[in-house]
Design a protein around this ligand. Sequence first.
Ligand code: HEC
Length: 319
Amino acid sequence: MRTNIPWWIRIPVLFFLILGLMEYFIDSGDKPAFIEYPITQFFMLMVLLILIAIELILNSVENVMFQSMTKEAQTRYLESKSKAWEWEWGKNFWKKITGNKPIEKEGEIILDHNYDGIRELDNNLPPWWVWMFYATIIFGVIYLVRFHIFKDYDQDLEYEQEVAAAQLEIEAYKKTAKGLVDASTVELLTDAADISAGKTVFENNCVACHMADGGGGIGPNLADDHWILGGGIKEVFTTISEGGRDGKGMISWKQTLKPVEMAQVASYILQEITGTTPANPKAPEGELWVDPNVPKQEIPEQVTDSTIVVTDSTTVAIN
Ligand code: HEC
């Protein structure tokens, strides 16, 4: 049986079928095979040419056959060819789901009444609608049993699960996107890999002024707990990124170092240098750093407080 599918559908369908098979079978990592291995482009070009060649050959075979036919056979052949190509399966399917009565049979379902010539057909409910209706009933029963009788889970639990999952995703994302940190989002890095990367940055850029052990030289001592510009991770990061006070010699490093490198070197300083005793420590400069995020210890209230206040006021009064 000869297919009636026209060539301009046949060629692309076969072409993309072969392309799809090729992509499926060739393991090319993230990229499609025809980018990863340019030779496959040549292969696909050959496939295309062969498909076109086959079409041409079929065409000329048909032509030769046609010429050798009798007149009568020729007309029959043309007739069968000119029958428009129809999508039988699709048409049947459409008829089935809409359940329409063909116009010739409408007489069977016309209702009696007649309003000034306007009449009514008693069509069946369209099957697609009926199926969906049954589906909602089945869905409703399953839902009722699952959530109202067996109390599988509720919205609160679902919400908490989603938040927990999102939190994990954020953690994973942060691991891959360390480069996105800035002074407001930077956190103390504790991974050994980050610390050793920070050490390398420190040794390559900072030892000239701060000494390898952080004892200080041109720059201040980084090992003591006194800081000129603040000793929290965010403050140290800002100092490194923006530089110190004008004219002191600490330049802004944000042009030279990537954000993640500044976070690493800041973490390295705070964890490996601060708190150690360098060989030649420079005298502490700045102020004793108290982390503002750690809550201050409550001073226990003393019972004698009020008395002291009274005494005080008396003293003032006497003066
Ligand atoms: C040219 C010398 C020089 C170099 C190189 C240098 N610094 Fe400094 N650094 C200084 C000086 C000087 C100060 C004091 C700035 C001020 O007083 O405002 C300072 C201050 C600092 C502070 C703040 C200290 C405090 O007490 O608040 C940190 C943190 C710091 N530097 C880290 C680094 C890091 C990290 C590098 C390498 C990427 C580096 N420095 C490279 C000279 C230098």
